[in-house]
Design a protein around this ligand. Structure first.
Ligand code: PMP
Length: 351
């Protein structure tokens, strides 16, 4: 039986993507060859890369002033690539510290140059999104994390800053409509809403590059990847192909607007149960609740055994919270059907 997969990532993807990706492993485009054994420079794969990059721009409604790259190294390597490419030798960058991943980004940036943490919610175990801060033009860029996967908080609005706006969107990319042109650089590990682990999406405004006065190692230099159309070295062909299938599926099913409507309905269903069922309480500040990672705890710990047995018996997988938060985390990414959320809600009602 297929499980109801609430895993935080790698995570659920559309079933059609699993089907088509497995067909391509056996016989790619009826070529008699596997996707895994052909050159990344072959016509068929170059077409995949080109289209995967083009779909991102269409979905985000971005023009030719932006470039789309599929790189390796995960979002974690972007923690380093961002300052290498945007932080000038004598400059400084502004960061908000809203969770484990934001803290990771800050740690890496500090190895490259000057970093100011302009706001943090660390003192409250990252249970809210700080909003009272200003970022002036003395900074080379401002970095934020749109969705904090572990703690279950999400930025509902992005600050107006007098510098470049850089965002780690790993865990809520393509989940809601945004004015993507407000960002100068967006990055995301693919393994939540847009494919399997192994590919990392970078969307960057070309005009912001080449201004730091730094020597940038070849792989870390966005301009190199742009010049080579995301083929500077061998790309992660399978991950890019599966990401392409995932984004194509999103586009064919109403795009981001339709995904957002589905995501809102799923989040409402689950948060309503958390708020109305005396056995449960939410972890994140209500106004900052994530619509992707829903964190909650039992109000009475003695019910843990019964609850854990009940959701496992219902075919639910991946519901345990991250060890730094405890409790439960239901990740309800784009591909999660509302029917699976209903199964969880029914289990919550039953204990
Ligand atoms: N940022 C966020 C918001 C994440 O959720 C994660 C991973 N869960 C990362 C960064 C790190 O991503 P990766 O494992 O692709 O390096």
């Amino acid at each position: 039986m297929k499980k109801h997969n609430f895993s935080a990532g790698p995570s659920i993807l559309p079933q059609e993507v699993f089907q088509k990706a497995s067909e391509a492993i056996l016989n790619f485009n009826d070529s008699g060859l596997s996707l895994l054994e052909i050159s990344h420079r072959s016509k068929d794969f170059v077409a995949v890369m080109d289209e995967a990059r083009a779909i991102v721009k269409r979905l985000m409604n971005l023009g030719d002033d932006y470039e789309v790259l599929y790189l390796q190294g995960g979002a974690s390597l972007q923690f380093l690539m961002v300052p290498f490419n945007l932080l000038s030798v004598d400059g400084k960058a502004a960061y908000t510290n809203t969770g484990t991943w934001a803290a990771g980004a800050i740690k890496e940036a500090k190895m490259i140059g000057n970093v100011d943490v302009v706001a943090t919610s660390k003192e409250a175990n990252y249970s809210y999104i700080p909003k009272e801060f200003k970022v002036g033009s003395e900074y080379d860029y401002f970095h934020c994390t749109s969705n904090n996967t572990i703690f279950g908080t999400q930025m509902k609005e992005f600050p107006k800053v007098d510098t470049l706006l850089v965002c780690d969107m790993s865990s809520d990319i393509f989940s809601r409509e945004l004015d993507f042109s407000q960002f100068d650089l967006i990055y995301a590990g693919a393994q939540k809403n847009m494919g399997p682990a192994g590919a990392t999406l970078v969307v960057v405004k070309k005009s912001i590059l080449g201004k730091t006065g730094r020597m940038i190692p070849t792989y870390l230099d966005y301009s190199v990847h742009i010049d080579k159309e995301s083929m500077s070295n061998t790309p992660p062909v399978f991950a890019v192909y599966a990401s392409y299938l995932t984004l194509k599926h999103l586009e064919e099913n109403g795009g981001i607007a339709a995904a957002e409507a589905r995501n809102n309905a799923k989040a409402k269903l689950l948060y309503d149960e958390i708020d109305n069922n005396p056995n449960f309480q939410g972890v994140a500040a209500i106004e900052d609740r994530s619509f992707m990672n829903v964190t909650f705890t039992l109000t009475d710990e003695s019910k843990q055994e019964a609850f854990d047995a009940a959701w496992k018996a219902a075919g639910i997988s991946g519901l345990n919270g991250h060890r730094s938060v405890g409790g439960y985390r239901a990740s309800i990414y784009n591909a999660m059907p509302i029917e699976s959320v209903q199964v969880l809600v029914d289990v919550m009602k039953s204990i």
